[in-house]
Design a protein around this ligand. Sequence first.
Ligand code: PMP
Ligand code: GLN
Length: 398
Amino acid sequence: MTVHGAWTRAAKGAMLLGADGELRPTIFAEMSALAVSTGAINLGQGFPDEDGPDEVLEAARQAISDGVNQYPPGLGLPILRHAIAEHQHRFYGLTVDPEREVLVTAGATEALAATILALTDDGDEVVTFEPFYDSYAAIIGLSRAKLVTVPLRGADFQPDHDELRAAVTDKTRLILINDPHNPTGTIFSQGTLELVVELAHKHDAIIVTDEVYEHLTFGVPHTPIAGLPGARERTVSISSGGKTFSVTGWKIGWITAPAELLQAIIAVKQYLTFVSGAPFQPAIAVGLALPDSYFAEVAATLEGKCAVLSEGLRSAGFTVSRPRGGYFVLADAAPLGFPDADDACRSLPELAGVVGVPVTAFVRPERRADYASLIRFAFCKKVEVLERASAQLAGLKR
Ligand code: PMP
Ligand code: GLN
């Protein structure tokens, strides 16, 4: 018996990127399983191999001991909502009302899902940059909205402003950006952010910004688009504690947005998970209040790891991108005789004992050719692991 015929349009929409429409695990799950089955070093799925700060871990243990184990309030525990508002003010000078403008979610993933489902109707267009994080296309498909993309090209993966202007029209409901960007490591220029705001005004669109890598930038300050003139009243900002505090499995995310937009998002969110992660919420509040030195160090350490892996990949014969933030570096495998990164990623565990993710997993089928030979490698791993992976990859040349 096949259940395939029973899939609704929404379920099929979620599989937008699967060329054959069959149920597949996400590329991250697939590649992590490949790493486990082959014993290869996993530079595929983006998660750190070391835990976050002791204060944060201890706060979660303490919360469990203190009985913070039942449903938290729908908006999230007040202590976390206040910490999020204080964080926005401390780092970006943004004033956010913790009672009306902050919502705690099950990771940035649920924040994105609730936002897109709440704010788009059938046929509304959502403009995003391509490559894009895989859940964007899936949720846009679930919502029956239409995905419209603007390509990121060239050595620095910046968008062409004329292409961005052409993509945003009166049909555009959301402009969805991800800054710093996964998988390219791009940080958008002030000019691009200003153009997004200008276009959102011109076409009465809402800006949704995924800033989960906000603290992981390399010598470039993070500029939240919500801080630009005219942006705040039409911007939904999304972040998460997973990356900043190296606790990706906790899935504590959040949204800050004007109260009116947030009400619609809450209406959806309350029937997705209702609430989640009670004891992790006060722990992330502790993290958000850590001194500036923590945030500076986390970025500096990661920048050092980026340099180690980038150098290793370059020596191994790849052409390597220069990420300005995030967890990932892109390596072109064509110089090593791999024109197709999908094939390369499936053979790398055997050939070099390393797992990466093909960038084609972040693009629509019709754009695959533009990114065909690029592999995304995660550098959020111990330096010795990155060195070992580099040494193993160096064997590809021989
Ligand atoms: N957005 C981007 C760009 C990501 O890379 C990720 C993956 N960590 C997420 C959202 C999902 O974040 P979370 O794990 O908090 O759901
Ligand atoms: N955000 C992580 C990445 O890009 C993966 C999260 C997931 O597995 N869905 O690797």
